[in-house]
Design a binder for this molecule. Structure first.
Ligand code: TMP
Ligand code: ASP
Length: 239
């Protein structure tokens, strides 16, 4: 697989073309961003840790019958993925109240929700990823009706699989964000699943083990990511 030109540089990943027009290389950088790019720092080992973490979760989801863009790990901080036509919305599921929903609705962090809540956000950093609903998606043609239904269905299935996975390793999956894209007429899970895009708490102490450590200057960010990876059994070396 020949690495080509850089296609795009996001806040924490860069994307490269390859000699196969249907495949891209994701490079997980050490850059860590919060508040839509307002706070950015380099954290040692982050690219490597997230690359392995993402590979582990994507492979687990594939085993459970969920189709993702993930193909294989290429190096310590790079993975090969299918090239998707991305849908510009973010799919969030919450099992406990934390983050923006607490501000929006005046909730106490940690409240266990009676049923998971699904929310759509528009992928638009300049506007701080505003919350939208299905009417916006329909009115602006960001996705087709059946794609909206499929994104909800797949996100809830991911929630079921991963809630069980984290529970089994003594952790709570508080909330997470997914992105989807089109590939040969199918909707596949794209982007990444790492502690950068979800909230994970220790089930007993409720210690934060995700990017909130960075957002709130709690320290030990990568140590927490490594702790989560270790508990889940993510291999410490790529193979
Ligand atoms: P929020 O509480 O800020 O709305 O975020 C909910 C979850 O989704 C949290 O785990 C962080 C993740 N998320 C992202 O990773 N990127 C985003 O742009 C958004 C809106 C949420
Ligand atoms: N993912 C967004 C960013 O990197 C928002 C956040 O995590 O606070 O800026």
């Amino acid at each position: 697989m020949q690495k080509g030109d850089q296609l795009y540089a996001g806040k924490a990943k860069s994307i490269y073309l390859t000699d196969d027009p249907t495949k891209l290389i994701l490079h997980f950088r050490d850059d860590t961003s919060a508040f839509d790019g307002e706070k950015v720092e380099q954290l040692d080992r982050k690219g490597m840790v997230n690359n392995r973490f993402n590979a582990f979760v994507m492979e687990m989801l594939e085993k459970d019958g969920l189709s993702t863009h993930f193909e294989k790990i290429l190096s310590e901080d790079e993975s090969l993925v299918k090239r998707l036509e991305m849908i510009p919305v973010e799919c969030v599921v919450r099992n406990f109240a934390a983050g923006s929903i607490c501000k929006r609705l005046g909730l106490k962090e940690g409240l266990e929700l009676n049923t998971p809540i699904f929310e759509f956000f528009l992928k638009d950093d300049a506007r701080h990823d505003p919350m939208i609903n299905e009417f916006h998606i329909r009115a602006f043609g960001w996705a087709e009706e059946r794609e909206v239904e499929r994104m909800k269905e797949l996100t809830f299935r991911v929630n079921d699989v991963l809630t069980r996975l984290f529970r089994g390793a003594g952790m709570l999956l508080v909330d997470f964000k997914l992105e989807f894209g089109r590939y040969e007429g199918e909707l596949l899970l794209g982007d990444e699943f790492t502690p950068d895009g979800c909230r994970i708490w220790d089930a007993t102490t409720r210690e934060k083990l995700d990017k909130d450590r960075f957002r709130r200057n709690l320290g030990g960010v990568i140590e927490a990511y490594e702790e989560v990876a270790h508990r889940l059994g993510v291999p410490s070396e790529y193979s």
